[in-house]
Design a protein around this ligand. Structure first.
Ligand SMILES: [Zn+2]
Length: 99
């Protein structure tokens, strides 16, 4: 299951990131960052030069936000199951187990 999250830009259109090594926050222009033809997979810290996957640079606030979204999705899946509506994901998993 793959999830994509839209990270909110600030009032000037910038997206904040935080270096996992030196913990300094830096910003990229959201319009550049979210261009469809060129999505940044890797980022590097402009302060210490650390290069890593984009996911490693989420700020603590963003990480909390993403965790909350995941919890909401889990709650919805559990609710759907309790209502007898299995999601496609679970059906696909069952078919794989039968092989
Ligand atoms: Zn750094």
């Amino acid at each position: 299951m793959e999830l994509t999250f839209n990270i909110p830009c600030d009032s000037e259109g910038y997206v904040a990131f935080e270096c996992p090594f030196c913990e300094i926050e830096f910003k990229l222009l959201g319009a550049d960052f979210q261009k469809e033809e060129y999505i940044y997979e890797d980022l590097f810290c402009p302060y210490c030069g650390l290069a890593d996957k984009r996911d490693a640079f989420y700020t603590k606030e963003q990480a909390v936000h993403v965790r909350e979204l995941c919890q909401n999705i889990n709650t919805k899946i559990i609710f759907a199951m309790s209502q007898g509506k299995e999601s496609l994901i679970f059906k696909r998993k069952k078919r794989q187990e039968m092989q």
